[in-house]
Design a protein around this ligand. Structure first.
Ligand SMILES: NC(=O)c1ccc[n+]([C@@H]2O[C@H](COP(=O)([O-])OP(=O)(O)OC[C@H]3O[C@@H](n4cnc5c(N)ncnc54)[C@H](O)[C@@H]3O)[C@@H](O)[C@H]2O)c1
Length: 306
């Protein structure tokens, strides 16, 4: 296949690009390098085409395309607050542009959506059929509402123009190349760096809130499986059904790093979900099982940091 991968210089996109190249696919990446890094593609730079570009602008992609994967959106909490307009437009206007392109190229479109659509779910593990109430004017809204609208738009293109598509709701993926620092860092990155620097690990709220941490190789195996065997028009959760509380995560990071760091508590950000756990039975029925337990994933992350 010739695959157009939007957001391919990012954390997940670069791992997916490597998997596609290893599978013998031709990969064309479009990325505006807002949160991604060209160096993420070092291992495959000779084997891919890279276009610096923004999916919210006019797209000029030459040649045939069999599959478009849309992963182009900033995804870290601080980015939602700092770049809300870019994020809202990436998932709405950007998804619109890619859907139009998919129709004109007769390609299939795969969309990286998010478990943020489940907000604060009453049902955990949460199935794809769960409908949550989102606050459309909260600070999280530019991300979660635009992802939701991206899904709506894809369904509209499917109904009106027969767009072949798969929507994947990703849960917290982690692993090497997850970008760190104040702007891009997510909880595992923050804890790892704090532990390695022997600084206190900052837990927000009580730390009892849970997340569905999924190691990147499991996430990518799931996306590759859906590309091969996923059914068009379907939505799939992709995440571990094991819930890990943030406080347990902090303890596991301290254990994995052998750090003497203590745990400190800070205020819980508004709208922070209490529980996240994927009901992944739909993708499991296709043969997906996560293979990397959190302890092992953290050890692999540690090698990356070192
Ligand atoms: N990592 C996760 O746990 C997770 C969970 C749920 C959903 N997702 C979704 O998966 C996708 C990839 O996430 P990630 O963790 O790799 O994030 P990332 O920030 O590492 O990657 C996003 C990539 O998209 C690019 N990008 C952003 N806006 C763009 C635009 N307008 N035009 C072109 N390129 C643009 C960035 O430069 C970056 O390379 C995102 O859509 C994200 O919302 C990720």
């Amino acid at each position: 296949m010739r695959v157009l991968l939007a957001g391919g210089a990012g954390f997940l996109g670069s791992h997916l690009a490597e998997a596609l190249v290893a599978n013998g696919d031709k990969v064309v990446i479009i990325d505006n390098l807002s949160s991604g890094l060209l160096s993420n593609l070092n291992a495959i730079e000779e084997k891919i085409e890279f276009m610096k570009g923004d999916i919210t602008k006019e797209l000029n992609v030459k040649g045939s395309i069999d599959l478009i994967v849309n992963m182009a959106s900033r995804a870290a909490r601080k980015e939602w607050e700092t770049y809300p307009v870019e994020i809202a437009l990436a998932n709405s206007v950007g998804t619109d542009n890619l859907a139009r392109l998919a129709i004109s190229k007769k390609a299939r479109l795969i969309y990286a959506s998010t478990s943020e659509l489940y907000a604060n779910p009453e049902v955990v593990p949460t199935p794809e059929t769960y409908i949550a109430r989102l606050d459309h004017i909260s600070s999280r809204a530019p991300y979660d509402e635009s992802k939701k609208f991206g899904e709506t738009l894809i369904k509209a293109y499917e109904a009106q123009y027969g767009l072949r598509n798969i929507i994947i709701r990703l849960f917290n993926a982690y692993g090497p190349r997850m970008r760190g620092g104040d702007m891009y860092g997510r909880v595992i990155d923050r804890f790892m760096k704090q532990a390695l620097a022997e600084e206190p690990l900052t837990v927000y709220g009580t730390g009892k809130q849970t997340r569905s941490f999924t190691y990147v190789s499991d996430t990518i195996a799931g996306i590759m499986l859906l590309i091969k065997s996923g059914k068009n028009g379907e939505i799939y959760n992709l995440g571990s059904s094991v819930e890990t509380s943030v406080i347990d995560l902090a303890k596991l990071v301290i254990e994995a790093t052998g750090s003497k760091s203590k745990i400190e508590y800070g205020p819980l950000p508004p709208g922070d979900p209490q529980r996240r756990g994927a009901d992944s039975s739909k993708i499991s029925a296709l043969g997906w099982t996560p293979k990397v337990p959190i302890k092992q994933g953290l050890r692999q992350m540690l090698k990356f940091y070192k």
